[in-house]
Design a protein around this ligand. Sequence first.
Ligand code: 0A1
Ligand code: ZN
Length: 881
Amino acid sequence: MRTDTGQVFKLEDYRPSNFLIPKTKLSFRLDPDRTTVVSELTVERNAETSDGTPLVLDGDGLTLVELEIDGEKVGPNAYDLTPEKLTVHALPKRKSFRLKVTTEISPSTNTALMGLYRSNGVYCTQCEAEGFRRITYFLDRPDVLSVYTVRIEADRKDAPLLLSNGNPSDAGELDGGRHYAVWEDPFPKPSYLFALVAGDLGVLEDRFTTMSGREVALGIYVEHGKEPRATYAMDALKRSMKWDEEVFGREYDLDVFNIVAVSDFNMGAMENKGLNVFNDKYVLADEETATDADFANIEAIIAHEYFHNWTGNRITCRDWFQLCLKEGLTVYRDHEFSADQRSRAVKRIAEVRTLKAHQFPEDQGPLAHPVRPRRYREINNFYTATVYEKGSEIVRMIRTVLGREKFREGMDLYFERHDGDAATIEDFLRVFEDVSQKDLSQFALWYHQAGTPNVTVKASHDAQRAELVLDVEQSSPPTPGESRKRLMHIPLAFGLVGPSGEDFTWDTAEGASIENSILHIRKRKHSIRFTGISERPRVSLNRGFSAPVTLSVEEKPEDRAFLARHDSDLFSRWQALNTLMTEAIIEASKLIRGGKEPQFPDDLLVLCGDIAADVSLEEAYRALALTFPAEADVAREIGSNIDPDAILAARDALVAAVGSANGASFATLYEKLAAEGPFSPDAQSAGRRALRNALLDYLSASSGNPGRAAAQFEQATNMTDRSAALTTLAVRHPAAPETAAALARFEERYGSDPLVLDKWFQIQAAAPGRHSLETVRSLSEHRAFSLANPNRIRSLIGTFSSANQTGFHRPDGEGYRFFTEMVLAVERRNPQVAARLATALRSWRSLEPGRRALAREALLRISSAENLSPDLRDIVERTLA
Ligand code: 0A1
Ligand code: ZN
């Protein structure tokens, strides 16, 4: 494991590499404990590099066996070796020479899952961001692009399948039961896109004909026997390939496209050229084992990795500060894909919920950083919601500011101008400036300035003058290292809603530029005067969530309720209802903290009932509307002095009140929504299940009777309904014998299927209450739980610390104590996963004083542990700073 050098990498220190590696030939002799890697590099000096400049290669945990230059051994006096660098001093004077490096590595003991490792007996690699240096010495930086030829040799029985990037070019038998394969990738790529897979796997095969008529062989490799579970992923892949042709004009460029599912993986998936490696959770699905949410995730992630072929691979990043160049853009592309495949409004609401749940707290806490950061200690810690999700929101805003057509023109120019480049955010913004002739310099602050801007709006209407004035003010709170903020360009979509729900038009508007119902906020204050508005409108703001800001609008609950019923923008309708629910929970939590009974406005209970029953709305939409803000969402809105117990009690009380007020109609609707016909994972069927399961939760909360949920659990014919029933049992009826029985049945039935058992861990880890800690602690000793598997860790420890507010933030600090033990235990094997887990404490400062002190102690306990990895140290120190 690397030790922490405390080094900080800065954007301003970027320099082009002194050396280039136009060609890379790798040869692997695979062995679990002693794999030999022979790397033959064509090395070239850059035009400006002098003869005396040494070649400094990156390495991490490698055993150097031999070094040759142009066929001659390099003696130990001619190079320096440190744990992180191989520096070769004596180099030929020629512009270009051949360097041959032989190293040894041990895949079977690689528990960090970076570089070459074994997962379930399969050899696989993960090289982003800096894992290639754990395979061989190299210029392991994204601006060094090389054409790779890879030869893999292995035992045929152990590894009948040998895969790498590009197209297959040769294969054959060797003595001693061994065999080999050769792969050639004609497209120059950075080392982080290298991949190798070898093992014994089953395959689902298919074909795709590209728009220019090229045939591509598709393969999804999975554990033997699980091939049928890859059908949905294959279908999603073909739809993605087609969509990228139709919407962005992007065609696939190799003869083969392979995906491999592995069970031990630090993240979701990886876009290696022509050979995507996936966490098996995002490939395998069927109705018996996967939920509708799993199907939707698979569709999105298959698309995401495929879309990287152009946004990430053909055009890559100059350096890791530019990570959002590929990630934000590719998330934007996968969002658009899912919106086209499913319901756009529903998809948008789901995106915004994710953004608010993950990115807002990051941006509003100690780990806030610009979408394009200027410094980092550990790049692995920058695969964040800010880089990904806010990065995607910025691309979406570019589309809003330019309009669809100019946006597409800009994207076309980006592909044309930068194909084959390692590019920057400045390059990206320039194509849009060039096609639109707009100055995007103020807009660019979205990339450079951290924090969520706040927009305050006050509306005043003068009936006599038929005028409406909107007073709008922007402010951006300070974030770590940025105390003074500059003014942002905020594109706010809006509408002035009349009494019948239709938008008013106006005669004149002055005070800000308005184009196509987008208000462009650029100054600190705007006073915008609309004329020709004789009746008081309700102002619908940030429609479609056109800008990732927090809004403070002086608005009466009746106006919000009106918008929740009538706004023509479905997103804003959802937002209005969600705000009403959040405010009601906040008010009730105050009463509870003051020792009083919670109370709720009747109007809100009726509104929820009406929306549930409104057949003009899609079922998926109604389900989302009825999904209460999570406890953490409410906590974020409160902002300080948080008492998670009061929030939970208030939220539960509101769920029960809505359920009681609408009991009869919810029960009728619940029955009516029962499935007919065979299972289908399509969006409409999933929406029906989602609505029915939302109703089940209300009915169970208000009746206090586990019967309905227990019956659904027994009768369910798919995992969505079964796991929803189990969740309701665990959350609403924790002490009921039905719950214990259902949990036991579930374990018995799926005990041998780790991905399904993850759901079982998750459901129990999320069930609220201070006693959940005992459950989680004992589950951490369950035979199926393992610190070696990131999915198990995330389902149990990750869920407990991020989704179980009352269990994790127990007032006696025991939740934190357990958590720190686990984080430190995980970190010894896998620092990356430990660092990610540790971010669960990032909002510690907003807790009430007692918990705040205990959370701080926990962070200090982690930071004082010996030999902390750079990954975990970076997170903990920034969180405490
Ligand atoms: N580029 C991948 C994310 C990824 C990053 C790092 C990894 O290392 C363990 C793995 C995957 C994506 O955006 O999907
Ligand atoms: Zn990505």
